[in-house]
Design a protein around this ligand. Structure first.
Ligand code: 3PG
Length: 217
């Protein structure tokens, strides 16, 4: 499937609009990064969030950035300015954070690194908006109120688009994607640990293909 080229540094809105699902990726082996990225791209998913939760995460980001030009690799679990700097240095083209601090917002702004800040309350949304962020991750989505929370936010925060993440599954993704203030969802179901362990790239391509085909509002 031919896809439009993505700018080197997409806007946060472009990161969220590219596909219905952003895969949340946890890698324990650097050698898996490139075949995994290729498998996801083959299924039609190219915005890839590699979480900074393992010692090999930065090496994985670097490998995907260098070897899979069709992918747009980002760093997830960015919790500090140092994380943002390390991610940018490794070649991350966007960042995702589980919460929001001014320090992370400022660092990403200075680095020119598009950020999807995580929020779970109205006050966090307001703080992120004050710093210029209007494309936000709603995390942890299911635990923090799910679709009813997003419906409630659509009134006072009608100018914000969300990427709910945390507890999203193929079973409930459609309910979220049908909401007008949801641009995409995030989730780990595209990269199951057993598929990674078995290097079952075809299964991952299948899961990505199904995710890429989910209807959006
Ligand atoms: C995470 O940070 O692990 C993401 O929110 C993924 O959550 P999920 O495993 O529920 O998709």
């Amino acid at each position: 499937m031919a896809m439009n080229p993505v700018p080197q540094r997409p806007t946060p809105a472009e990161v969220m609009q590219d596909a219905p699902v952003i895969p949340v990726i946890v890698l324990h082996e650097a050698a898996q990064a490139v075949p995994l990225a290729r498998a996801l791209v083959a299924g039609g998913i190219r915005m890839l969030e590699v979480t900074l939760r393992t010692p090999v995460a930065l090496a994985c980001i670097e490998a995907i950035a260098k070897e899979v030009p069709e992918a747009v690799v980002g760093a997830g679990t960015v919790r500090s300015a140092a994380d943002a700097q390390a991610a940018a240095l490794a070649g991350a083209r966007f960042a995702v954070s589980p919460g929001y601090t001014r320090a992370v917002g400022k660092a990403c702004h200075e680095l020119g690194l598009p950020l999807l800040p995580g929020v779970a309350t109205g006050s966090e949304i307001m703080r992120a908006q004050e710093d210029g962020y209007t494309a936000l991750k709603f995390f942890p989505a299911m635990q923090a109120g799910g679709a009813p929370m997003l419906k409630a936010w659509s009134g006072p925060f009608g100018d914000v688009k969300f990427c709910p993440t945390g507890g999203i599954t193929p079973g409930n993704a459609r309910e979220f994607l049908a909401l007008p203030n949801v641009a995409c969802v995030g989730g780990s179901w595209l990269t199951p640990a057993d598929a990674l362990a078995a290097q079952d790239w075809d299964r991952i391509t299948r899961l990505a293909g199904e995710a890429a085909g989910l209807p959006r509002e």
